[in-house]
Write a protein that binds this ligand. Sequence first.
Ligand SMILES: NC(=O)C1=CN([C@@H]2O[C@H](COP(=O)(O)OP(=O)(O)OC[C@H]3O[C@@H](n4cnc5c(N)ncnc54)[C@H](O)[C@@H]3O)[C@@H](O)[C@H]2O)C=CC1
Ligand SMILES: N[C@@H](CCCCNC(=O)[C@H]1CCC=N1)C(=O)O
Ligand SMILES: [Mg+2]
Length: 259
Amino acid sequence: MALLTPEDLKNINRQLQEADSAVRRVTGLDIKGVCKDFYGTTSCGEKIGIVPVTSGNGIIGNFSASLHAITEYFGFDSFVTNMPDVSGYYEAVRNGAQIILMADDNTFLAHNLKNGKIANNQPCTGIIYAEIASRYLKADSKDVLAVGLGKVGFPGVAHFVHKGFRVYGYDADRALLEKTVFSLGITPFDPENPRKFSIIFEATPCADTIPEAALSENCVISTPGIPCAISRELQEKYGVELVMEPLGIGTASMLYSVL
Ligand SMILES: NC(=O)C1=CN([C@@H]2O[C@H](COP(=O)(O)OP(=O)(O)OC[C@H]3O[C@@H](n4cnc5c(N)ncnc54)[C@H](O)[C@@H]3O)[C@@H](O)[C@H]2O)C=CC1
Ligand SMILES: N[C@@H](CCCCNC(=O)[C@H]1CCC=N1)C(=O)O
Ligand SMILES: [Mg+2]
């Protein structure tokens, strides 16, 4: 299970602002604009209770504080409960939270107590990074390279297919690649004889997973994967539009999906 580290979350506001600028360059909309347009929802400052959870590997430094900063950045009215776990949940509801945000090591959820809607971070993240990439204004074809077909990648690939894109997929786990080829009708990408793409989507916990031969000038790489799918050197050499951020874009997707 690839968990965030406090290091990943340092300077979350700057990371969010840089990601917002990249999303604006790529789609013409900011993150909030893409979420509102895609989900057809709008926020009116809903109150969000962020509940730290101590189970498993325990509380991750900066995680609750980052969710606080992220939810405020997107215009919500949020608070972090003093208590964790069950007591924290009780505190959140008693203090008027309309939406609960909390995560253990396997599930990060957003639950809207008013309308009953609930969201999971993994599909919401894959879908919103795919949605952003699918809106690339300078794309020269509907071909997509997708690397990493797991809990985040698979829903993202399904979203590209649903939107009529032709996905060339790859995963280090051959069985998973075959399952995805079979269930979603994608084409297996062969890293041994790569081709160039203007839209690339990556969701793996490994660095440098995109071969240089797959990069075209000014291609977009939309990647929730941590660490980064390409080196800074390749990013600059090909003028890559990199959309990458450790927590906020996926959280925005969760929230707009439960409004
Ligand atoms: N930025 C964000 O908002 C979020 C980021 N993440 C990150 O996204 C990444 C993926 O998360 P999950 O889908 O939950 O993990 P997962 O373990 O379900 O899927 C990862 C997939 O990548 C594949 N993979 C690993 N190394 C590879 C390589 N070198 N080449 C090709 N495929 C490779 C694995 O076989 C696996 O199928 C993790 O790094 C996680 O921390 C997860 C949620 C939100
Ligand atoms: N229980 C901990 C939070 C654990 C979050 C683990 N999940 C991840 O790291 C996922 C969520 C987005 C990216 N990776 C706390 O309350 O501080
Ligand atoms: Mg994110």
